[in-house]
Design a binder for this molecule. Sequence first.
Ligand SMILES: Nc1ncnc2c1ncn2[C@@H]1O[C@H](COP(=O)(O)OP(=O)(O)OP(=O)(O)O)[C@@H](O)[C@H]1O
Ligand SMILES: [Mg+2]
Length: 306
Amino acid sequence: MARVDERIVGLRREAEVLTASLAAGLHVVLEGPPGTGKSTLLRAVADAAGFGMEFVEGNAELTPARLVGHHDPALVLQTGYTPDIFVDGPLATAMREGRLLYIEELNRVPEETLNVLVGALAEGEIHVPRLGRIPAGPGFRLIAAMNPFDAVGTARVSQAIADRMCRIAISYQDAPGERRIVTTVTGVDGALPASAVELTRLTREHAQVRMGSSVRGAIDLVRLGVGLAQLRGEPLPVPGDASFADAAVASLSGRLRVEEGCEQTPEAIVLELIGRLKPRAGEEVEPPPPGKAPGPALRPEPPVTP
Ligand SMILES: Nc1ncnc2c1ncn2[C@@H]1O[C@H](COP(=O)(O)OP(=O)(O)OP(=O)(O)O)[C@@H](O)[C@H]1O
Ligand SMILES: [Mg+2]
């Protein structure tokens, strides 16, 4: 767990449940909105536990042949369907070598491909036409990720699959947690990441926004703010600066999904939300009085003005 903690902000309980699930040989679905740390968590846990991992992006093109593997069509003409010309897909590799199979966006996988997975989960083996049986090695587990708000819907994942997996729900972290993530990922501390996180969180609450930005938006806002400051020879931008608005619009507007019939553009929504941010002084803020130091990643925040 110490090695996992080094790479993950928060999510301690989820990391423990995931670690224990993998150790117990269980299959797991991580369910949560985009950018909540599902992939980061799984990679950290898998690395710490020494599990190898096969990675698959779930989408409508993921056919059974792409997931399982296929006979090389050119060689079939020469040799026929012999086992040595079978090209393993990620499922065959994960089963043979006893690795984790990580499928992102499980709910986007076509039904016939999901049915192959049911076989792997239910029997611990699959039967491939003209190849035969592939048994699952002892380390084989299916780890799936999915977004509960995905337009495709989670109901598509059949009960046959759902009933064979444990589920770990992951949601957005609180503001201090998101500030720590942004500071850890970007290496930037202070007013800029604090404002970036606050603004990003406001996008999730705006009445006209169906789906706001994940912490990825705040990370990009900070990186872009730093880049613009260097390019323009300015200090790091704070709300009210043109560079903050430029960085915020570019990093957040494309990530907002506005409500049907919304008249405001995403850019206008981002600019409106900047006006609601708490004022924060830039880098030349006085240190706090002794004994009242804020948390490690935070700069002192001036009182909110109405
Ligand atoms: N708890 C966390 N600890 C450390 N970094 C995090 C955490 N949560 C998110 N991040 C950072 O935020 C970004 C997005 O995280 P990640 O890719 O793990 O999300 P995800 O849930 O897998 O998203 P998606 O559903 O889009 O695949 C990464 O840059 C990651 O470093
Ligand atoms: Mg992911």
